[in-house]
Design a protein around this ligand. Structure first.
Ligand SMILES: [Zn+2]
Ligand SMILES: [Zn+2]
Length: 573
């Protein structure tokens, strides 16, 4: 075998050592990739040793006992893992063990059980280690473990039985449906060993590990002389018996085993310090919250399954590109997910979210989103969506600091509040005040959007963009279209209306080509500009009134107030 890879490995750090197993683990690099090299001294050949002792140095003598230091080359077993990720590094780094009582919930929430095991799948799909398979039927296969493959001795006997079914990750996933398979594994394994290696079943240990070293269920067959790990080895017959007694034996909440499970939980979180902290009761709740993180990844797996069940090509189609019709600026609030609220699919809405859906004129991030959506994705509609019970809006109304950066950001809304305090404070209930300011904030941000040069330019180049204001009512689920849109472009004072000389010239040059376009090229005549906008608004209303079934009470209330608002009247001139 060639050792090219091994020779390129550059060790940088010892991450683990064990004098009992004579093992040393090195962290290093290989062609700019992280690698782990596991060195282990091999056991002696079981034969009379022919050794040269001329270099031996005595270092101890007492009575009949004498010890020597012998410099001799011994065979070393090298295992290279490359590229290695943080999970591997944590797995092989030296660490202390603690005892944790694992509940079934903890097991289900752990991330490591969901990690794909390509090396196992390679075996199951006959891509690797085919020559080591000694038995196979419909439900499982039995193969020689690689340690046994490289050994001549029956003492090293080691076979593994692996089910083809991939969702049996460990003992924890077994129930009575698996009894037949387990019994068959037991009998077939022993039969193979007796036929192939002439070893009687009384010399064979058949067991599973919990915790296992990898999360694809497997049964070990080893020689009875091999040292086991008392706290991990569970005889297969005992497993079968337990499941027969109680089908959900291994899913039972009451199955709490003290175990040396440090590695297990460290692997789950990659956070070594947690386990020192675990002794501290105060962080217990936090840790259980951290463990819930894996739920999102599990949810994703369900999502993929559901989508594929409806349409096997769903994701390959998605990968071909997006053609969204809307750009939505929403609040980061977790209760206001735009796609879910509007029953739209991925690919339909281009989304930007920040705290309290602010259209900040100098926000580089937002402006890039607007430019990309308008000029490249060619969206015709921009929606600003605020929501009731908005924490950002609520905080902006108060004087207490919420932290330097947040205070700065909320200034955007504080200005809206300052300008409209007399309106907002007409409501007695705080939630109503927040809802009112949220509406006014949406209106302000719609106004800001109209001031945006990218949006204004869109009208100049014959690709008009409409800006809408929405209020999502968290308490009812309905979205209210705020009846403010048509007033806003008109209320823009001249200083915000930009002239695009070069764009105008370019557009006029292309006028003849655009005759087919439904929308005639708007002139810079502001009257025409407004006519087109109100036409679009009317069109939009027709559609939205038809499809909307929501409580307009608050909107009407605010609209009523606005009609009598001298400030608004002035702006509207
Ligand atoms: Zn195992
Ligand atoms: Zn919010």
């Amino acid at each position: 075998m060639n050792s090219d890879l091994l020779q390129q490995f550059r060790p940088s750090q010892v991450i683990n050592w064990d004098d009992n197993t004579k093992r040393l683990i090195l962290l290093g690099s290989l062609n700019d990739q992280c690698g782990i090299l596991i060195l282990q001294k091999k056991p002696f050949e079981k034969e009379v040793q022919q050794l040269a002792f001329d270099q031996a140095v005595q270092y101890f003598h007492n009575d009949i006992y004498t010890k020597y230091n012998c410099q001799m080359l011994s065979d070393i077993d090298c295992e290279l893992i490359c590229p290695a990720n943080q999970v591997h590094i944590d797995k092989y780094s030296k660490s202390d063990s603690v005892i944790i009582e694992e509940t079934y919930d903890m097991y289900k929430q752990s991330q490591i059980i969901q990690m794909p095991l390509d090396w196992v799948y390679n075996i199951l799909e006959k891509k690797k280690e085919v020559e080591n398979i000694v038995f196979e039927n419909q439900t499982f296969l039995i193969l020689k473990d690689y340690v046994f493959v490289n050994s001549q001795s029956l003492d090293d006997l080691h076979l593994l039985a692996l089910p083809f079914q991939r969702d049996i990750k460990s003992l924890r996933d077994l129930n009575q449906d698996h009894v037949a398979m387990l019994e068959e594994m037991y009998t077939e394994g022993l039969k193979i060993i007796s036929e192939k290696y002439q070893l009687e079943s009384k010399f064979v240990k058949v067991f599973v590990h919990y915790l296992p070293s990898f999360y694809h269920f497997h049964v070990h067959f080893t020689h009875s002389s091999q040292m086991g790990q008392a706290f991990r080895d569970i005889p297969l017959l005992q497993v079968i018996q337990n499941i027969k007694l109680k089908s959900n034996y291994y899913q039972s909440q009451e199955l709490i085993r003290p175990d040396l499970t440090y590695e297990f939980y460290k692997l789950n979180h990659n956070i070594q310090k947690i386990f020192i902290l675990m002794q501290n009761k105060f962080v217990q709740k936090g840790i259980s919250e951290i463990q819930k993180y894996a739920k999102a990844l599990l949810g994703n797996k369900n999502y993929v399954q559901k989508k594929l069940a409806q349409d096997p090509d769903y994701f390959t189609k998605l990968a071909k590109g997006q053609n969204p019709k809307y750009l939505l600026i929403g609040c980061s609030d977790s209760r206001a997910p735009p796609n879910e609220l509007t029953e739209t699919d991925p690919g339909e809405i281009f989304i930007h979210r920040n705290i309290a859906n602010v259209v900040n004129m100098t926000d580089l991030n937002l402006n890039c989103v607007i430019q990309y959506a308008v000029e490249h994705l060619k969206v015709h509609n921009i929606i600003i969506m605020g929501h009731t019970y908005c924490g950002g809006v609520k905080a902006a109304m108060q004087q207490d600091s919420v932290g330097g950066l947040l205070d700065l950001w909320l200034n955007n809304i504080k200005h809206v509040y300052e300008k409209n305090q007399h309106l907002v404070n007409q409501f007695e209930n705080e939630n109503d005040r927040v809802a009112c300011l949220s509406s006014l904030n949406v209106r302000e941000q719609v106004l800001n959007m109209w001031k945006n040069p990218i949006v204004q330019k869109s009208w100049e180049v014959g690709h008009p963009v409409m800006v809408h204001g929405w209020l999502f009512r968290v308490e009812t689920g309905y979205i209210e279209e705020l009846q403010l849109d048509e007033n806003i472009p008109e209320s823009l004072s001249d200083v915000f209306r930009l002239n695009f000389k070069s764009a105008q010239q370019t557009a006029q040059g292309q006028q003849s080509k655009q005759n087919d376009d439904q929308l005639a090229l708007p002139s810079l005549n502001s009257q025409k500009f407004q006519q087109m906008q109100s036409k679009l608004v009317t069109e939009f209303r027709k559609y939205s009134n038809h499809s909307q079934d929501c409580n307009h009470q608050m909107v009407n209330q605010i609209s009523g107030i606005l009609q009598n608002d001298p400030h608004f009247k002035k702006e509207n001139k």
